[in-house]
Design a binder for this molecule. Structure first.
Ligand code: ZN
Length: 457
């Protein structure tokens, strides 16, 4: 990217924008096109064909190997601050996001302490994020046993929806819902037209599976069977059907559940689905024994399953791809023993999601525009951020300058994640984010992210 000197103060008359970006490949809602994008007051003010000569106080010409994308929207990020800030914090997470082309994150209601299960806790988290965020940050609320009465106040305070677990969450302060509790909370959310996002694994199926211990990945995989996902998704579908509420399946790993999901949607059940970069790009066959950086729940399954997830994206049964960035400290990953039973379950990938998914998409002949639809436009639509997720007039000028063909090798010590551990370590990926703009401003050393509230942005 080159930035010519600012135009002279006595430049030609006419509407002069703060910034004009020009490039041969700008991703517009209809696809890539040569275009000029003018930004005023942080908003996209005009889009014109390349050569139109939109006047700007500053102009930026993309290099020939660069494309301009709408900033990614990652609706599944565990920041963990306060309480477990040594796992990840707002400053480190949002810096990593910016470096990965992500301009909006929506923070999960757990692993912070307090969890976001009432308005007071939400305010604590907002206070922490306010001064530290390099990108825009929204919040999910939590639905846990006993807090049904908190859902409406949280909704009114601007959370983007509510997360629940149907199985042990991994942290003691965030309990899971039994099916009848799920249905009761869905009834409450239906009245608010609020979204419930669900960690769908069935505890009864998992309890009947072998207990995970030791360093063999195959043993860990057997402890979280695909059937546990399918059973829990069936529970969600039935509850959504009975209540009319909107439900969203988080981090789908089991492609075997896709026909069930497709059938429910065809019947009009209000159901959406996400999967994650690690399910699309990694496979059980390649996970070395003891490599607990790969441990997450539900687990990374086999190559055939991975192919069927790509099929689910192509067919539209899976709506979006978001990271489920869920880091911990290195010691909690039990690297010394490599014991999958002991290690924290969560994959850190916020800075790498775009490159990881694009690299695999490229190998499969899937266009970059599809990847951006799954990772920006789709998540923005899911949470109702009408001014994010596209390069179009009136949208926030949240933009990523991306070099899709450039290669790099993942070095965890060079990530902005607080803890240098990721299953992508050493992988050769395509796609380098050269710069990221938030509301028209380059993201630099001064955090200028905004706190987002449902319905306001
Ligand atoms: Zn998660």
């Amino acid at each position: 990217m080159t930035s010519p000197a600012p135009a002279h103060a006595t430049a030609k008359p006419g509407p002069r924008h703060d910034l004009v970006l020009r490039g041969e490949r700008v991703l517009l809602p209809d696809g890539f096109a040569p275009a000029e994008v003018a930004v005023a007051d942080g908003v996209i003010a005009q889009v014109a064909p390349l050569g139109a000569g939109l006047p700007g106080a500053r102009t930026v010409d993309l290099d020939p190997d660069e494309v301009l994308l709408p900033g990614l929207v990652d609706s599944h990020v565990h920041v963990n601050e306060p309480g477990r800030t040594d796992w990840e914090g707002f400053a480190s997470a949002t810096r990593a996001a910016a470096a990965g082309g992500v301009t909006t994150i929506v923070d999960m209601p757990l692993n912070s302490v307090p969890p976001t299960t009432d308005v007071a806790a939400l305010e604590v988290k907002q206070e922490r994020a306010r001064a530290a965020a390099y990108v825009d940050v929204g919040f999910w609320g939590g639905a846990v046993p006993g807090n049904t009465g908190q859902l409406r106040p949280l909704h009114e305070a601007g959370v983007f929806g509510f997360k629940c677990f149907l199985i042990d969450s991994g942290v003691p302060e965030f309990g899971h819902l039994e099916p009848e509790e799920l249905e009761r909370d869905l009834r409450e959310l239906a009245a608010l037209d609020a979204l419930m996002i669900v960690h769908a694994e069935d505890p009864r199926v998992v309890a009947g599976a072998p207990h995970p211990h030791g360093p063999r990945y195959a043993d860990f995989l057997a402890s979280r069977p695909a059937g546990a996902e399918a059973a829990a998704i069936a529970t969600v579908i039935e509850a959504a059907r009975r209540t009319g509420a909107r439900a969203h399946i988080l981090h789908l790993s089991d492609a075997g559940a896709l026909p069930l999901i497709a059938a429910a949607r065809a019947e009009g059940v209000r159901l959406t689905v996400e999967t994650c970069p690690h399910y699309l790009t990694l496979a059980a066959e390649q996970v070395p024994d003891g490599a607990t950086a790969f441990k997450c729940c539900p687990p990374i399954r086999d190559e055939g399953n991975r192919d069927r997830l790509w099929q689910g994206l192509a067919e539209g049964t899976i709506d979006i791809v978001v990271t489920d960035h869920s880091p911990s400290t290195v010691d909690l990953k039990a690297l010394d023993t490599g014991d999958f039973g002991e290690a924290w379950g969560g994959v850190a990938s916020l800075q790498l999601g775009l490159a990881a998914v694009w690299s695999e998409a490229r190998r499969r002949g899937v266009p970059l525009a599809d990847v951006v639809r799954w990772m920006s436009t789709g998540p923005a639509a899911l949470v109702g951020l009408e001014r994010k997720g596209a390069i179009a007039v009136g949208r926030h000028a949240d933009l990523a300058v991306f070099a899709p063909e450039e290669e790099f090798v993942v070095d965890p010590t060079r990530l902005h994640h607080k803890n240098p551990i990721t299953p992508y370590a050493g992988r050769r990926l395509n796609g380098v984010v050269r710069s990221t703009l938030l509301r028209g401003r380059a993201i630099t050393d001064v955090p200028h992210g905004t706190l987002l509230r449902r319905g306001e942005a």
